[in-house]
Structures are given as C-alpha cells and as structure tokens.
Design a protein around this ligand. Structure first.
Ligand code: NI
Length: 169
C-alpha cells in the first residue's frame, strides 16, 4: 500500500525511531509498503518515519527498480566503519525541491538485520554510502538540512516557509 510521505517539519522526522524487536508478517508488510511508497514518490531511499512509522527500518534501491539485486532492507542499522570524505548534492522526499551539497564519509560498513532478523554487514561506497548515511540519519531524527552550514540552512528554511505560505508544500 502506498502511504503519503511525511514532510518537514513534522516532529516524527526529528526524533529517533524505535528499534525493531519483532520479525514477522507485520515487519514484512511495512517493508513492502515502504518500497511501494518510495517508488511511487520516485525516491531511491526511504526511512520508516517518512511514512509515519517510528521504527528503525530503511529501504534503498539505487537502481530504481531496474535491478532487484540492488534492493536493500536495513533493520536496526548501525554504521560501524566510516572512511574518507565525499561531497555531493542530496535531496529528500520529506524536503521536496530542496537540494544542497552535503559532506559524507566516502566509504561505510553498515551492520543491520534483514526482514528475518538475521544480522548482516554491507560495505558501501560512493552513492550507496551517501544514501545509507542519509537514511540512518533519518532513523536518528536528523535531516540533511542539519548537515549543511547555518547560512544555507536558513535560506532553505526561508524557502520552505515561502512554499508553505503559497500552499505549495
Ligand atoms: Ni531523506
């Protein structure tokens, strides 16, 4: 089922999600809904709070449905290794039309459970490393506009308020 995407400044996006402790049909349904909602919104990554569910789950598909092997489900993810630096533009389904350059680690190793509760480690670099860091930030209640300079953030917040006033947010 496709869910509407929760937008900034909804408070659910700015507080840490809760760890997943039960691995059953409910979690599988949530993951299915997250992929559906992400594709519907033309995104390549989505965290559960973005559809209003404060759980520590994120899904990614950098191929956007072109390669099922690139579908990634991270339950209770933790970045256990970071190396190097990359700077690149990011956007977010919860902050439509806002794009800014964000500094991230170039390579990461993430430890996470799959939908069955099995722990796995994933090595990622470049775009995937960036996307994982963006999504794990979401689960910790951090949006990418809080990873840019105060000056750029103020400009972005001003733009959002203007869009809100115009009824376009
Ligand atoms: Ni995002």
């Amino acid at each position: 089922m496709v869910h509407p995407i929760v937008k900034f400044p909804d408070p659910i996006l700015q507080r840490p999600a809760e760890p997943v402790t039960e691995f059953g049909a409910e979690l599988k349904a949530l993951v299915d809904d997250m992929f559906e909602s992400m594709y519907d919104a033309h995104g390549i990554g989505l965290a559960a709070p973005q559809i209003g569910v404060p759980k520590y789950v994120t899904v990614l598909d950098l191929s956007f449905q072109k390669n099922s092997e690139e579908k990634l489900v991270l339950v209770n993810p933790e970045i256990i290794f970071r190396e190097g630096k990359q700077v690149g533009e990011e956007g977010c389904l919860s902050l439509p039309d806002i794009r800014e350059k964000v500094s991230r680690a170039a390579r990461v190793k993430v430890r996470a459970q799959d939908v069955n509760g099995d722990w796995q480690e994933h090595d990622a670099e470049e775009m995937l490393a960036r996307a994982i860091q963006h999504e794990v930030d979401h689960l910790n209640g951090v949006l990418f506009i809080f990873r840019i300079s105060a000056l750029k953030r103020d400009l972005a917040l001003r733009r959002i308020r203007k869009l809100q006033r115009a009824g376009e947010w």
